[in-house]
Write a protein that binds this ligand. Structure first.
Ligand code: 26Q
Length: 822
């Protein structure tokens, strides 16, 4: 009943095939006889796209007509991955397409694989935004995403001689999922200066006379909901040189080169995604990207609001804007500027509107990731905005002073302007002051921000301004699409696919945990997923792995706080232990495959060293005849969303082993458990809530707690610091040259031994090793293992992004779904 054949889908398989053939022959101008997989993908995508457009237009009309409050999700990253599979599943027509494509001589899996990932993000934050868009549409919320249309997404990673090499990701050659809106443009200004002027009403107003204008052009991407006609919009801005006239004059006067240079400069703004994850480097172009995107989006939002002819004070009743981290914080300043400079509102009235409109989500406590921009840079690029920031700070500090009359320290500590040389703007503080709600992304993280980096703001604004919304993931992509066989098996035991829209329905699985046939099929599906991954490993690395071995997976951005170095040290420890055994002892050991994947920021030297060590260890261990299947170490190149969809369902155990208190939430931990894998992890981020839901008997927890971290770090620096003996043996082996030139890895070793071991690798190493022994022990009991996996999946209902979006809607946005007829 939920299928939407009538509205947006194809009538039947024949209708689908006719559309595919039509696109091959007309849009692509090819004949069916030279239609390869790539053309079959293009035509299939175009056929589904045609259907989506109809629903998308209807949705926009319906939402405009209903005139209810809309959500705007501002994110510099949307890590969407592939769209075709998702579109087919969401409209309930994948089976039909499969049959149709097969009729035309294609396997649907191969056709799907032709699509290039939309990789407009770095990692967790960008993928979260993509899951949110899926949930917003699936739950029928009137919502738009706003982002940048980067010409180059996150770089493609190649591994050459064990080192990461970055290759540009030019992905726009053929992208059927975007619609250029050449009629939807906004002129964005930069530089220049500010003058005071008297307006018609005799009032003094500030006028910003800009030095440069760049055009923002809208590109729209339809976001289909699952089992609903709602198809929301993701609007991505692309930069272009403004107005031809100026250029034309230059051209005519012979200044052709400089007119080309102007164009290049304009297009550079949306050219490339910054590849840093959890690191802020104050680059001018990044600030230009932020303002360009924020100003275009706000202009668009305000334009839409104005069409409703309401008074300004109703703005927060019509518009909720969520800031995905501090990257869009300038939106706060821009809206205030629009209201006071362009619309003539008084400061206080305008500020009230601003604060009630915005919500801010924090994703990190790492000091190096907290955004700051230098005052001289903002002065240069956005002179009027700097004045407004100073005024926001002045009024804010005045209220703080009244509240805490004798406390001079607090004024310095909470000031939006840091009194350093040069002065810096603290974007998180600006975001807090300009929003009505601030949230963290898991319970521990939300508690930490309230007690550490933002504690003074809790005193000032009270605790109610700060809240928690634990992250979630979309079960459509991360179960139904990534693991279709498991999704079907679950459906057969829980009374259909209802769990895909109400994930708590998974709890019905617990009734079947002792069902023999069910357990057998469960285990077979996991095995089949491992066989598929083993093939991929063979094809891409040349390493043969045994699918019956325990697959131990750590895939995520490479970062010292995520501690891939501890994982590879652990693998070396395992290798040494195996080498020290007699052949008889060795025979009793459990075979294991240690699988890594993830990108290092191009400028992150230590992260690159970690990748190199993983590959160097693999080169030795994988070719050691004595070891054979007992240990393999592989690094999978170019981890991205579509690879995650294959890797995650194939894991037995995955690693989420950040130093306690450093990983805000983590979301892949949820994906792994949802796919019937267990996890080894620290008491950090969402691991804690996962443990609470699935029970501690179903997770392998180890390591120090976040409360202990500060003191340990202090002792490392000022007290005695002895490296754990097992870890010392690992270091000794590295230094013997077993894995190549020890100089190549000296940085990783000295970070622990000589430089204070900031991430507590040595402190946690022995409990990490013990925990892995417990994993082996548990895995030997295959029946017990399957019970743990089924039980865990049954208890994962909480971690749907649907639950998460409903919490945002109720607690922060005050918006309701728009009813749609079935
Ligand atoms: C900032 C300034 C300049 C250039 C880049 C950046 C930048 C870019 C990306 C800073 C941070 C990011 C990404 C952060 C991120 O992915 N954080 C993750 O967010 C997830 C979703 O909430 C959490 O699950 C992860 O714990 C958190 O690390």
């Amino acid at each position: 009943a939920w299928l939407r054949h009538q509205a947006g889908g194809f009538k039947d398989q024949d209708g689908f095939e006719r559309e595919v053939v039509r696109h091959v022959e007309t849009t692509l101008a090819r004949s069916l006889y030279n239609c390869d997989e790539s053309a079959a993908y293009s035509a299939t995508a175009l056929a589904f796209r045609d259907r989506l457009i109809l629903e998308w237009n209807r949705t926009q009309q319906r939402q405009t007509f209903a005139d209810s409050k809309r959500v705007y999700y501002l994110s510099l990253e949307f890590l969407m991955g592939r769209a075709l599979d998702n579109a087919m599943l969401n409209v309930g027509q994948k089976d039909l397409a499969k049959a149709g494509l097969s009729d035309l001589g294609f396997r649907i899996e191969d056709v799907i694989q032709q699509e290039h990932d939309a990789a407009l993000g770095n990692g967790g934050l960008g993928r979260l935004a993509a899951c949110f868009l899926d949930s917003l549409a699936s739950l029928n919320y009137p919502a738009w995403g706003y982002g940048l249309r980067y010409r180059y997404g996150i770089f493609k990673q190649e591994i050459i001689d064990g080192y990461q090499v970055e290759v540009p990701d030019y992905w726009l050659d053929f992208n059927p999922w975007e619609f250029p809106r050449h009629d939807v443009t906004v002129d964005i200004q930069f530089y220049g200066n500010v003058e005071k002027k008297t307006n018609d009403a005799g009032k003094t107003v500030c006028h910003w006379e800009a030095g440069e204008t760049v055009k923002a052009v809208a590109y729209d991407v339809p976001i289909p909901g699952y089992a609903t006609p709602t198809t929301n919009n993701l609007r991505l801005w692309s930069s272009k040189a403004a107005s031809g006239e100026f250029d034309f004059q230059k051209f005519n006067s012979g200044d052709y080169e400089s007119s080309v240079a102007d164009q290049q400069r304009a297009e550079t703004i949306s050219a490339v995604l910054y590849p840093n994850d959890n690191l802020d480097r104050g680059k001018e172009l990044r600030l230009k990207q932020q303002y360009f995107w924020v100003a275009a989006s706000l202009y668009d939002i305000v334009r839409r609001f104005k069409k409703t002819n309401r008074s300004w004070k109703e703005f927060p009743e019509q518009v909720a804007i969520q800031l995905n981290d501090t990257h869009p914080t300038l939106a706060i300043v821009e809206l205030q500027r629009i209201l006071i400079d362009l619309e003539g509102l008084e400061w206080d009235e305008a500020w009230n509107i601003v604060v009630n409109t915005f919500g801010y989500t924090n994703h990190t406590v790492l000091p190096e990731a907290l955004e700051k921009w230098s005052v001289p840079l903002i002065q240069h690029l956005l002179p009027r905005h700097l004045q407004i920031i100073y005024d926001i700070n002045l009024y804010f500090l005045q209220t703080v002073e009244r509240q805490f009359p004798d406390d001079r320290e607090i004024l310095r500590d909470v000031s939006i302007i840091e009194e350093s040389q040069p002065k810096m703007i603290r974007m998180a503080f600006l975001a807090i002051v300009g929003s009505h709600k601030v949230n963290g992304v898991a319970e521990l993280h939300s508690d930490l921000i309230k007690t550490t980096i933002f504690k003074d703001f809790v005193r000032i604004f009270g605790p109610d301004k700060f809240t928690n919304v634990t992250n979630g993931i979309t079960p459509r992509r991360w179960l139904h699409q990534a693991n279709p066989r498991l999704s079907e098996l679950i459906a057969s035991k829980t009374g259909g696919h209802g769990f895909l829209t109400d994930l708590t329905a998974l709890n019905k699985l617990e009734l079947h945990v002792n069902d023999k046939a069910f357990r057998k099929e469960w285990a077979e599906i996991k095995y089949a997923n491992k066989v598929r991954l083993a093939k991929h490993i063979k094809a891409t690395t040349g390493v043969t792995v045994n699918p019956a071995a325990l697959f131990d997976v750590q895939v995520k951005r490479i970062h010292e706080y995520k501690r891939q170095q501890m994982n590879i040290f652990g693998a070396i420890h395992r290798y040494l232990a195996l080498k020290a055994m007699t052949p008889e002892e060795r025979q009793k050991q459990l075979p294991r495959v240690s699988i890594f994947g993830g990108k290092a920021a191009p400028g992150y030297w230590m992260a690159k060293q970690i990748i190199h060590l993983i590959n160097s260890v693999g080169a030795v261990v994988n070719n050691d005849k004595e070891i054979g299947d007992l240990l393999k170490v592989v690094f999978l190149e170019d981890y991205n969303v579509s690879k995650a969809e294959m890797i995650i369902p194939a894991s037995d155990i995955s690693e989420h082993i950040s130093t306690a208190g450093t990983e805000a939430s983590g979301t892949s931990n949820m994906k792994f458990v949802l796919n019937g894998g267990l996890i080894i992890g620290t008491c950090d981020g969402a691991n804690i809530e996962i443990t609470r839901e699935i029970d501690e008997s179903n997770i392998f927890l180890f390591g120090h707690l976040s409360e202990e971290v500060e003191e340990l770090r202090h002792t490392h620096l000022y007290g005695e610091h002895v490296v754990d003996p097992k870890l010392a043996a690992v270091f000794a082996e590295i230094e013997k040259g077993t894995f190549g030139n020890p100089q190549d890895f000296a940085g990783m070793v000295s970070a622990v031994r000589e430089h204070g071991d900031y991430y507590l690798v040595s402190d946690d190493f022995s409990s990490y090793v013990d925990s892995h022994a417990a994993v082996d022990e548990a895995y030997r009991d295959q029946e017990g293992w399957v019970t743990k996996c089924i039980t865990s999946v049954a208890r994962m209902g909480f971690f749907s992004s649907d639950r998460c979006i409903n919490e945002y809607a109720e607690e922060i946005w005050n918006v309701e779904p728009l009813k749609v007829e079935a």
